[in-house]
Design a protein around this ligand. Structure first.
Ligand code: MFK
Ligand code: FAD
Length: 525
């Protein structure tokens, strides 16, 4: 009770304190959206979530969700199998908060046109580090809503499936916390998560057109969800097929799902990640049989953007904690932030963070344009038309996911060190970099590992017209701009570019494949 006690660092409003985010908002939203400041304007909403996300109550929910890990109540008193999955009250509150704030729903409401994704992902970015990674089910919810939305736009969708898909879509996109659903995404099996071709789950069509799905899913993150989009093999197609399936029957019993066990993980402790056995799970085919990977790619490409935004948001929270600490912590009788050595380390991280934010926001903006069409008035540095957008997005999505995830893990380790010994502790949630670090380590693994995504980046370049599209955009935007700061970047880019062009000619060789990762990081630089 006596002697020195460190003054408590405090986090302020997570929108107001994030100056770089504010600059990106000015760059990526048109003036009528970015300069309005009333409570219902985008900036007003960001500021509101920025305040809520650091409220003590939210940190208590996170704490509750982390400490009361999910568990399965296997059997009823007299031994009858029960299989009830329990999650913490704090976890549920974080989910309700997300629905109320429209963290996913904003992308499906009719308010911001082509800028929907920038507004939505900014809310998500501010909420994410205070969500105990509830953003994982939210990411899959968003992606599933998009898969169903595309199905519903298809005039030939059968009359039996239409109301079922519509109902699920409505539940995924409502802001009503009492009604809203989340979705799982089941691809990974014991035989492989990167390479799903040896998947063993089977689906047999019934006389009413539905399918009965049986097999073993090795990882299911959002096991408390109401539905899933999953892959399985039908007897009549060589390729996998994609299915929609509710997790529960109308009476509340499981729809052919058994939780084999919950995974014991380094982080993401509140998230009920399970291994599942499926036995005659009733499901509905999404799209055509045998083309499941193609249909689920819509999902992958959205969850990968979520992964990128999650990465930079974790990184940003790490920096916010580090800066709050540097303001109050003294060494040699001076605040830490006035120490040139400490400050130069922070400045370096801030620059790297900003580069990753730019890449992420550019990708988010392109996703909005791809889904909603190009805005009529737009900055000169934006792609010229919808075709250029979708070709660039195809490459940027895996690229930005892999780069931001890797950089975030490294930087959060640096952030921990910036707090000294306290950085390594399980602190109160407001200052808990340890939680962010534990959780961040999954970001490079799920939704495609770094290797797999780098192969995908190069595959996208070599398969369609993405190479020409990005090349055209780069020369239009950068050529003739004599900024010295761009010189080094352009030398790297040019060398990498030549490598990719050569690669495109010999894409199948082992030598070329071994370079994917270096090339991808080169492009991102
Ligand atoms: C808080 C953070 C938020 C994130 C939350 C996430 C929660 C965690 C959930 C998961 O981890 S879910 C599991 C994620 N799993 C992966 O990401 C799998 C990684 N592996 C790959 O991505 C492989 O590349 C892939 C499984 C897709 C390869 O499968 P195949 O069967 O070898 O596919 P193939 O033959 O390369 O492509 C089949 C078709 O799909 C082709 O089209 P065509 O038939 O028209 O030729 C491909 O072009 C297309 N395709 C593949 N990847 C695509 C794609 N199209 C668009 N975008 C893509 N990314
Ligand atoms: P493997 O595919 O066996 O990969 C092992 C190593 O081989 C990796 O380093 C990889 O980079 C490398 N490798 C693989 N292929 C290549 C290649 N072609 N070239 C070079 N290197 C290669 N999955 C779901 O479907 N749904 C979920 O909800 C879900 N939730 C998850 C939650 C958590 C917490 C975790 C950790 C995982 C989750 N996953 C989920 C699984 C995740 O998507 C997979 O673990 C991931 O895709 C990797 O697959 P794998 O584990 O089979 O590893």
């Amino acid at each position: 009770t006596e002697g020195f006690f460190q003054e408590q660092p405090r986090l302020g409003n997570q929108y107001d304190e994030d100056l770089y985010l504010q600059r990106l908002i000015q760059a990526y939203l048109p003036a009528e959206l970015s300069q309005a400041s009333g409570p219902t304007s985008p900036v007003g909403l960001f500021r509101d979530i920025g305040a809520k996300t650091v409220e003590p109550e939210v940190f208590r929910w996170i704490d509750d969700a982390e400490k009361n890990k999910p568990y399965v109540e296997e059997l009823a008193t007299f031994g009858k199998p029960k299989g009830v999955l329990h999650t913490a009250a704090g976890w549920k509150e974080l989910g309700k908060m997300a629905a109320r704030e429209g963290i996913i729903q904003t992308a499906y409401e009719d308010k911001y046109g082509p800028y929907k994704r920038v507004v939505q992902f900014t809310k998500y970015y501010i909420y994410c580090p205070s969500s105990a990674i509830y953003t994982c089910p939210l990411a899959m919810t968003d992606a599933a809503a998009r898969v169903l939305e595309l199905q519903l736009k298809n005039a030939s969708l059968s009359a039996t499936k239409r109301p079922i898909f519509q109902d699920a879509y409505n539940n995924l996109t409502t802001r009503d916390p009492a009604k809203c659903w989340t979705s799982g995404q089941w691809m990974t099996e014991r035989a492989g998560g990167s390479d799903v071709r040896n998947s063993e789950t089977t689906a047999f069509q019934q006389s009413d057109g539905t399918y009965l799905i049986s097999g073993h899913k090795w990882f299911s993150s959002a096991t408390d969800s109401q539905m899933s989009v999953l892959l399985a093999r039908t007897p009549t197609s060589a390729g996998l097929s994609c299915f929609f399936a509710p997790l529960k029957n109308a009476d509340g019993s499981w729809n052919g799902v058994r939780i084999v066990r919950l995974k014991d993980k380094l982080g993401t402790r509140a998230l009920p990640t399970a291994e599942l056995e499926l036995k005659d799970m009733k499901g509905y085919l999404v799209g055509e049989e045998g083309k499941g990977v193609k249909y689920i790619s819509t999902m992958l490409n959205i969850t990968r953007v979520h992964n990128s935004v999650s990465s930079v948001s974790f990184w940003r929270r790490g920096l916010a904690i580090v800066k709050a600490f540097a303001k109050v912590r003294k060494t040699q009788n001076k605040e830490l932030w006035k120490n040139p050595l400490h400050l130069s380390g922070l400045a370096k991280m801030e620059v790297q963070f900003r580069a990753n934010m730019q890449l992420t926001y550019f990708t988010v903006a392109l996703l909005g344009f791809d889904e909603q069409g190009m805005p009529e008035k737009r900055a000169a540095w934006m792609p010229k038309d919808g075709k250029e957008v979708s070709l660039m997005l195809r490459v940027l999505t895996p690229l930005v996911k892999m780069v931001t995830a890797k950089a975030t893990v490294a930087s959060l380790a640096e952030c921990m060190e910036c707090l000294g010994g306290v950085g390594y502790l399980e602190n109160e949630q407001e200052l808990n970099i340890a939680r962010l670090y534990r959780d961040a380590n999954v970001l490079p693994i799920w939704e495609g590992t770094t290797n797999v995504l780098s192969v995908d980046v190069i595959r996208a370049f070599t398969k369609g017209d993405s190479l020409a599209a990005l090349d055209g955009w780069l020369s239009r935007v950068f050529d003739g701009q004599g900024h010295n700061s761009l010189k080094e970047a352009r030398v790297v880019l040019k060398t990498t570019w030549n490598d990719i062009k050569q690669f495109a000619e010999k894409a199948s060789t082992e030598e070329a494949l071994s370079k994917c990762r270096d090339l991808s990081f080169g492009i991102a630089f």
